[in-house]
Write a protein of this length. Structure first.
Length: 178
């Protein structure tokens, strides 16, 4: 078996170069039709503004960002949000799992999620929650990795080119998957 061509790390801060590359990954995903909060076309300015807000959250310790990099630069990312009510100190939300189309279907999505789960454990979290487009590539990934499906919310969001999509909510109890 060949070893993966990427490595995953948790940068303590995001500089302009990293923000630029993360923006490129986000734009690629939206161009590819992913429903990840943005409508098409996603301009570089809007994408950079999004990652600058993420950078503030990382600096404030409110979120953890993981990035995957290969020889061409950033090719994937995922986040954990810890900015939750005080009665949920054991929980984190997983968001913005993004893999550039040039490296899809090689196991990076699974590797990023496993890294996110380990990061959550390292931060003392025992419960993770996320949602994904019903029946999409991400939903299939989470079900394959053993996440528990809670249910669907019809017409939750729009696809980037328009048209409603349903979302499916998932959770994972990390105590049960040590
Ligand atoms: C969802 C997403 C993150 C998955 O990333 P990925 O890196 O392609 O994920 P993986 O490679 O781990 O798995 C994807 C598929 O490739 C297959 N695969 C993994 N390694 C493989 C390999 N070496 N050879 C062939 N197939 C492989 C997996 O079995 C899986 O198959 P399936 O979709 O038929 O179940 C990616 O499609 C993406 O970024 N989509 C757009 C953004 C998005 O929707 N994000 C989710 C927000 S909730």
């Amino acid at each position: 078996m060949t070893s993966p061509s990427w490595s995953v790390r948790r940068p303590p801060a995001l500089d302009d170069a990293l923000i630029d590359q993360l923006a490129a990954v986000l734009i690629d995903c939206v161009d590819g039709g992913a429903s990840v909060s943005f409508m098409h076309p996603l301009t570089r300015d809007r994408a950079v503004a999004f990652w600058r807000r993420v950078a503030q959250g990382v600096a404030a310790g409110e979120r953890a960002l993981l990035v995957a990099e290969d020889a061409l630069g950033v090719c994937g990312t995922v986040q954990l949000s810890f900015d939750l009510p005080e009665n949920q100190p054991h929980r984190a939300d997983v968001s913005k799992m993004l893999v550039h189309r040039r490296v899809r279907r090689q196991g990076l999505g699974a590797a990023l999620m496993q890294a996110a789960e380990q990061t959550a454990r390292d931060c003392g979290k025992t419960l993770l929650v996320l949602d994904a487009v019903t029946g999409g590539d991400a939903a299939r990934l989470y079900e394959r990795l053993g996440w528990t499906r809670v249910g669907d919310i019809p017409d939750y969001a729009l696809f980037p080119q328009g048209g409603f999509c349903s979302t499916t909510v998932y959770y994972r109890n990390l105590d049960e998957h040590g």
